[in-house]
Design a protein around this ligand. Structure first.
Ligand code: LLP
Length: 433
């Protein structure tokens, strides 16, 4: 899906920009985000919902995958709304000019400040638990215009993905227990300052099966129909995100089109069966919108061979710019960007530069011969890389550039050492003299 090609110098080009030249100009490591790929994925989602769902629909970008001004602005310009999970993400989306009517605030422990910011800005609050529901009822009791809320339920649907990124099983920290829906709907129906908009659920991330999402559609519509019995008017149904992407050769996820088709058909069929009007159907993909749209370019440094065991090749970044391998044992693919047609000649382990043995980006990567100074490009780093990055070992965060039609624009400036100590304070008594 990347707009990638190999140029006459045998170098990888994305969005018409030579990756080696980009690292010379903007430094290394470097996140390179391909605008066309991101926009194409937005359109694929939007168009598929139009094609397969007879009612209204709205795609929200789950911005936890990568939240920054430029990304918010791009998805906003494609007509998508945004799923945000904190005051910081909300602030960024608002600053990027997003319409608050298309912003949905999630989170299992929203602070009072976050709730107030959400209420003032007019975004929809996806209520996660009883404390939050009651707090909101109190916070809004004097308001003339009710605050739009959705309720997040734990659907009790299992799926096969890493334990840390499953959210739909009953033993999850997110959402209301579905055994309490009667109490919940009863309570909500009595709150005049809270406008019930609909229900939300999300079952997990990097999911390749279609069945769990099909089941989710059916289960959610049953709850909607129950809500209607309490006089709650059903407007919206949000079935979350979760569609996986291809990281390694063996990954074979369904397409966006296939996923949307299954979701739409299951919700439409369930509505017909329950004899309820079709709600506006919301989904909130993150990874499948932006994951494949970005690569990370590193510069190769030293090499170490442990005879008979393995060869390590070190790069100038690692777990601070991509914590996914060390956190979830995630697999990635890499290429040598300045020698694209060189034949595969070796199996090496790509090590990050952090003081941590587990800081390995790719184990047993198949690569051509490499030299110090070569540019190693790790593919599909758009989701949960920058957004989960850190300053571990006081590494400044890399820059990110947006590439399109041979143009590269910085969207995140490289952090400096000065940035690293910006919030440090040295108490007077620790100062010399
Ligand atoms: N909606 C909700 C309520 C979510 O919690 C998530 C992801 C999404 C939507 C978007 O899911 P996606 O389409 O991106 O799968 N850091 C982990 C992933 C955590 C996902 C958290 N929630 C990783 O790097 O794999």
């Amino acid at each position: 899906p990347l707009t990638a090609q190999v140029n006459r110098d045998d170098c990888l080009e994305i969005g018409g920009c030579d990756i080696s030249e980009l690292t010379q100009k903007f430094g290394s490591p470097l996140y390179v985000l391909d605008e066309v790929t991101l926009r194409t994925a937005c359109r694929q989602y939007r168009d598929a919902f139009k094609r397969y769902y007879p009612g209204e629909s709205q795609v929200l970008y789950a911005s936890k995958a990568w939240n920054c001004l430029a990304v918010c602005a791009i998805v906003g310009s494609e007509g998508l709304g945004i799923d945000i999970v904190s005051g910081g993400e909300l602030y960024t989306a608002l600053k990027a000019g997003l319409d608050p009517n298309k912003l949905y605030l999630h989170g299992n422990n929203k602070s009072l400040d976050e709730l107030r910011l959400a209420i003032e800005s007019g975004c929809t609050i996806v209520v996660d638990n009883w404390l939050e529901l009651k707090t909101l009822a109190t916070l809004t009791c004097d308001r003339q215009t009710p605050v739009r809320i959705m309720l997040r339920l734990t659907p009790g649907i299992e799926c096969h993905t890493h334990e840390y990124i499953r959210t739909g099983h009953l033993d999850s920290k997110f959402g209301f227990d579905p055994n309490q829906v009667d109490e919940l709907f009863e309570f909500v129906s009595q709150q005049s300052s809270l406008a019930f908009v609909g229900l939300h659920a999300h079952i997990g991330s990097q999911i390749f099966e279609l069945q769990p999402h099909q089941d989710l559609g059916t289960v959610m519509v049953q709850w909607l129909s129950k809500a209607a019995q309490y006089g709650l008017t059903i407007q919206e149904l949000n079935i979350g995100g979760g569609l996986g992407i291809r990281y390694s050769e063996s990954d074979d996820p369904p397409s966006i089109d296939e996923w949307v088709k299954v979701v739409c058909e299951s919700v439409a069929a369930a509505c017909q069966e329950q004899n309820i009007p079709m709600p506006k159907l919301l989904s909130e993909p993150g990874r499948s919108l932006i994951g494949s749209a970005c690569v990370t370019a590193y510069t190769i440094g030293g090499e170490k061979t442990v005879p008979g065991i393995r060869t390590y090749i070190s790069v100038d970044g690692g777990m601070s710019d991509n914590p996914r391998p060390i956190t979830y044992q995630s697999l990635y693919r890499a290429v040598v960007a300045n020698r694209m047609s060189a034949p595969i000649a070796t199996q090496v382990t790509i090590a990050g530069k952090h003081c941590e043995s587990g800081d390995i980006l790719i184990k047993d990567a198949q690569l051509p011969e490499t030299r110090s100074g070569d540019i190693l490009v790790v593919m599909a780093t758009g989701a949960y890389n920058y957004s989960m990055s850190s300053n571990y070992n006081r590494l400044p965060r890399p820059a990110a550039v947006l590439v399109n039609a041979e143009e590269a624009n910085v969207i995140l400036q490289r952090e400096t050492y000065e940035d690293l100590i910006r919030h440090d304070r040295l108490p007077e008594r620790l100062k010399e003299g």
